[in-house]
Structures are given as C-alpha cells and as structure tokens.
Design a protein around this ligand. Structure first.
Ligand code: SF4
Length: 294
C-alpha cells in the first residue's frame, strides 16, 4: 500500500504566527485568548499547559483574569478590540493579515454604497468579526439563504467570502446571486485565502490518485470540513479524524493507495503521528497478506 501526503497541507502562516505569539515566554501565565486561537483541540490543550487562559468570546469579558488579552488569527471587529482596551486590557492582535484584508474590502464596498454580503457561516468567529462593525449585512451560507437578499430592498451588493470557504461553492453562489431578478449589480471580491485554496487543490489532485483519503483536523475546523467535502466530491472513501486514536484498521484493508491531507490549523506533529501510524497499519496488512497459506 502506497501512502502519500498532499503537496500542500497543515498549518498556514496565519495560524503559525498566532501560536508563536501566544507561546512567547513574555506572556507566561498572563495572557487570555479571546475565542479559540485555532479550531484544533491539541493546539488549545498545549496552550493551556503553557499557562495561557482561554475564553470563548467577548461576552465572557468578566471571566478574564489576566492583564493581557489576545485576538485570534480569525480576527475581531474593531469595536471588540476597543471594548477590551477600554476595560483596561493590553490587547495583542494576532489577526491574520488575510482576514484583515476581508474586513478592509467589505468596509470599502460599504463606502461605495454596496450592500455588504458575506458568504460563510454566520456563527463562525471569523464571520462575526467581518460583520461586527457593519450596521447592516447579510450572511449567505447556502442557496436557502439567497432569499435574504430580496428582503433587504437593495439592488447593489458587495460580496466577500469567509477565508476558508470552498472555492466552487462560493463561485456557484455568486453566479446565482448575479442571476436574481432583485439584483442590478454585484461587486464580488473572492477573499478565500491562498493557503486554503492551495490545500483544496492539493487534496483534489491527490484524491484523484488514491482509493482512500484521510483528512486530519479539528471537528469544528471550517477549512478541514471543506477538505472533506472536496474529497467526497471526488467519490473517494474519506475519513475525517482529529488524531491517530480515531484511525480504524479496517479502512485500509484492500486499499492500494492512501492519501493524507490536513486543515490549516492542524499542527505538523499531529500529521506526522498519523502518517507514521498509517505506515505501521500498512506494514501490518502487507505482512498478513504475504503469510503463506497453510
Ligand atoms: S486559513 Fe487563511 S486566513 Fe485563516 S489564518 Fe490561515 S492564512 Fe490566514
């Protein structure tokens, strides 16, 4: 059995920079991260071991016991940062520059009188940050949300996407919006980030060559779930796992070529552990197959 890693996989620069900042010895136990730094259980556990505190959102401001707070790679609205600063916290901003580009793009569209639309998950921390400073907006996650556009009574729409969306899904939704009779003009800037695109392209290429795909990443990681969708769309047996303990030997029986991919918040050491375990399983299966028949 051959085992291949996708040509692009795992932690992106935005997540790496944010983790490095949080782990900086200057903070010791004097830092609280507002919102999950990344949607990855192992990373959050190692941050806690390092003495870093975590709160889910600004709503939990009363639970913050440290002087220093950190905004995650997913970004936050300016008013959230201001609220923290006004409450006397020292705010460290680890927002990914590619998320900040989305904030800037949509604010620019509003200034040009386009009604702001975000393609993404309404309850995702990144999307909350993107729309957090806007007076009005619509979030579209799928076709069932398109009717929301009719209700706002506007005809010029400015559209951006959450950075971790699936490319084809976003393009198809924008096409449908352009065809709506209530829409005169669409200004669309595709803000899916390059690391997300690279991982989707590499996963698709690999899925076309294998008969099993293993997708590694947090169960609540948006971009990992999108990688799963990419693999399933190629009609390849695919399994989403967070760690080696979830691997099942049966998946690998009679498989010739196994592919591995991982989301932008999956640390390298987790990918290495899974890779090694799969090689071990493959060796075990091969040894059984080579046993002489009695
Ligand atoms: S997934 Fe993209 S936008 Fe998000 S932190 Fe990584 S590089 Fe930045």
């Amino acid at each position: 059995m051959k085992v291949s890693l996708a040509s692009a996989l795992g932690t992106c620069f935005g997540v790496k920079d944010a983790i490095n900042l949080a782990m900086d010895p200057q903070f010791q136990s004097n830092l609280t991260i507002v919102g999950q730094l990344v949607h990855n259980r192992q990373v959050n556990e190692s941050l806690k071991k390092h003495g870093v505190s975590l709160v889910n959102s600004i709503e939990e401001i009363d639970k913050i016991k440290t002087k220093k707070v950190m905004i995650t790679a997913h970004g936050a609205a300016e008013k959230v940062k201001e609220k923290l600063a006004d409450a006397g916290f020292i705010v460290y901003d680890a927002s990914c520059p590619l998320v900040m580009r989305v904030h800037k793009t949509i604010k620019g569209m509003v200034q040009k009188k386009y009604f702001p639309v975000v393609i993404g998950q309404e309850d995702h921390v990144e999307v909350k940050g993107i729309v957090g400073d806007l007076e009005e907006f619509v979030v579209i996650n799928d076709e069932t949300d398109l009717d929301k556009l009719r209700k706002v009574g506007k005809r010029k729409f400015g559209i951006v996407s959450q950075t971790t969306q699936q490319v084809e899904k976003v393009e198809s939704l924008v096409k449908k919006i352009m065809e709506m009779d209530c829409v005169d003009e669409v200004n669309f800037v595709n803000t899916i980030c390059q690391p997300t695109r690279d991982r989707q392209i590499a996963a698709r290429e690999l899925a076309d060559q294998v008969d099993l795909m293993i997708v590694i990443g947090g169960y609540n990681s948006s971009n990992t779930k999108k990688l799963m969708q990419v693999c399933e769309e190629r009609k390849i047996e695919s399994h989403h796992i967070e760690s080696t303990s979830q691997l099942s030997r049966e998946w690998f029986v009679n498989k010739k070529h196994v592919g591995i991919t991982a989301g932008t918040s999956t640390p390298e050491y987790v990918i290495n552990e899974v890779h090694k375990e799969i090689l071990k399983i493959a060796e075990g299966i091969q040894a059984l197959e080579e046993q002489p028949m009695s």
